[in-house]
Design a binder for this molecule. Structure first.
Ligand SMILES: [Zn+2]
Length: 385
């Protein structure tokens, strides 16, 4: 087992790359790639369209299906406006706690993985061990989505994935998805005295929102009987509605920002199909009668699949054996795990540090949690050999 001092040094190195989602992660990826290739791992890197960010996918052991993925995102949330005791990008240890941006979310886990790489590489593995380090998780899981495409193209089919988001090393087998939209209503402005000569964007938006609210009620009835989520159903809510200029002007524009948090496959499609039909058959035709330019356009801000608890889960079985924990829980925060599951890879979340510390000033991970994570990875080794 690697010593904790070595893991701390790697964490300090990772922290010093200020990989806020808006910025490049290439230096961190190069650093991780060097450790992996020095140990004989096969490396593939895939850049995003800007070229400033990349996913790293690396494999130790044989080619083929049925491997285990250790997965973590390399980006961190910004520190702007937060009061930090020290420099957020310099690792600081006080009383068994390691402070810095990303220590728990989730460079602590990546540091443990990288510290273990030479250990995993010591003996030949019978089963592939993959490392997946992604970009842009915090802003919509774009890196992981691209990675799933890449795996599909390369016909690599791992059996299970451990996503090392901070769970205090508990096993998490479920979280809701997060689907976010902005819907724009383009109407036709006019004088308030003759409403029928304009297309009132606000009034069409109200009808749209009413339909969404009716669907929100229907979603409650669709909740799975055994759902452990709080609340147990897929939620839908409108968070912002903005339009119009003055009382006596027919509003030409309105914007609605709304979101869904699905608990099961199918709920998001149910809502999207219904609301699309309502637009196509009712709202848009009525708008077009008055103005050909009038329209309703929905922008997808992000569609991140949930992680649905399943009865038979290889990932849960493996992590349960590694940690000795028999219970798996569900949580409120989202991760990349749902994307793995949607790609046919059994996935659970288990990693060092607490989600309570994530995204906050003076974010930290305890040395004890890192040691527990190293212990889990150490117990993984004989299972692959
Ligand atoms: Zn995270």
């Amino acid at each position: 087992m690697p010593d904790i001092a070595h893991t701390k040094q790697i964490l300090a190195d990772l922290l010093a790359f200020p990989t806020v989602s808006a910025d490049s992660n290439l230096q961190l990826i190069a650093y991780a790639a060097e450790i992996l290739s020095d140990a004989g791992a096969r490396i593939s890197m895939h850049h995003d369209e800007t070229g400033a960010k990349a996913n790293l996918f690396a494999t130790l052991g044989p080619e083929g299906d049925g491997g285990i993925v250790l997965s973590g995102h390399t980006d961190v949330v910004p520190v702007d406006g937060q009061e930090w005791t020290g420099d957020p990008f310099t690792l600081r240890e006080v009383d068994g706690r390691l402070y810095g941006r990303g220590t728990c979310d989730m460079k602590g886990f990546i540091a443990c993985c990288l510290a273990m790489v030479p250990v995993f590489a010591q003996k030949p593995l019978k089963r592939p061990l993959h490392f997946a380090f992604t970009y842009d998780e915090e802003v919509g899981c774009f890196g992981a989505r691209a990675l799933m495409e890449e795996l599909k193209r390369a016909a690599i089919r791992p059996a299970a994935a451990i996503i090392g988001e901070p769970t205090s090393m508990r096993i998490i087998e479920g979280h809701k998805g997060c689907y976010e939209y902005t819907t724009e209503f383009r109407g036709l402005e006019g004088h308030g005295s003759d409403p029928d000569r304009g297309v009132n964007a606000v009034e069409y938006a109200v009808r749209y929102v009413s339909r969404l609210m009716a669907l929100a009620e229907e979603l409650k009835a669709r909740a799975p009987a055994e759902s452990r989520f709080q609340p147990p159903w897929t939620t839908l809510q409108v968070g912002l509605m903005q339009g119009g200029a003055a009382r006596n002007v027919i509003p030409g524009h309105c914007r609605v920002e709304w979101e869904m948090r699905p608990v099961q496959e199918g709920d998001a499609g149910f809502v999207k199909d219904d609301i699309k039909a309502y637009i196509d058959q009712v709202l848009r035709p009525a708008m077009k009668i008055v103005s050909e330019e009038a329209d309703i356009v929905t922008h997808v801000v992000g569609e991140v699949e949930g992680l649905e608890p399943v009865a038979q889960s290889e990932a849960r079985r493996i992590v349960s054996e590694l940690t000795g924990l028999t219970e798996a829980e569900v949580v409120a925060f989202g991760t990349e795990a749902g994307l793995f599951q949607s790609a046919g890879i059994s996935a659970v979340i288990c990693g060092p540090g607490s989600i309570e510390e994530a995204h906050k000033p003076d974010e930290f991970v305890s040395v004890e949690q890192l040691a527990a994570c190293l212990g889990m990875l150490e117990r993984l080794r004989p299972r692959l050999a």
